[in-house]
Design a protein around this ligand. Sequence first.
Ligand code: B4P
Length: 182
Amino acid sequence: MKQRLLFLGPPGAGKGTQAERLCASHGLMHLSTGDLLRAEVAASSPLGQEAAAVMNRGELVSDDLVLAIVEKQLNTQSGGWLLDGFPRTVIQAEALEQLLEQLKQPIQAVVLLELNDAVLIERLLSRGRADDNETVIRHRLEVYREKTAPLIDHYRHQGLLETVEAHGSIEAITSSIEAVLS
Ligand code: B4P
């Protein structure tokens, strides 16, 4: 299976859920910018205090802050990895490409998890995280369309994009992802 991967998709598509399963069974490092930011928030670090308010409004944390976190993690990694929820803007994608060029570790595939808004909203409301109320969720979907969705064409043009329908059981979706990455 391919070893250097990105997961792209709207909030609630199941990026975190699928990334955890795939990394556990294929020995990849799971790098979730959402999880890393939530850990900073839980630790009440200066970075976490800055990120908490932004995340609870459904906005994106600044590119500089997220890039610093990712760079630190990738610099210490020699095996395969899966970036979950990063990049989320064209600026983050371009910075990532530069970093990976230096590390001589190009991306091998980008998996886009696709799901309609009604199911996304239903899933997030039942997850019930601090940033999961309906007003904030709708705003996160708008931010996704405006800032993250342009990355779909960006990676399609590079011939890296694989699209997976993210509706159905968790196990069936994992199998579909493994099939496009084999
Ligand atoms: P993330 O932590 O990345 O989370 P997400 O996009 O909301 O959810 P994900 O798609 O991972 O869904 P999950 O598996 O949990 O982002 C949170 C915030 O962090 C952002 O809004 C932003 O503020 C900040 N952030 C993160 N990265 C950033 C970056 N690069 N730049 C700037 N800001 C950044 O699944 C959702 C729910 O569905 C779960 O309850 C799950 O159990 C359920 N589920 C999953 N698959 C299912 C299935 N097949 N059937 C039924 N339920 C399912």
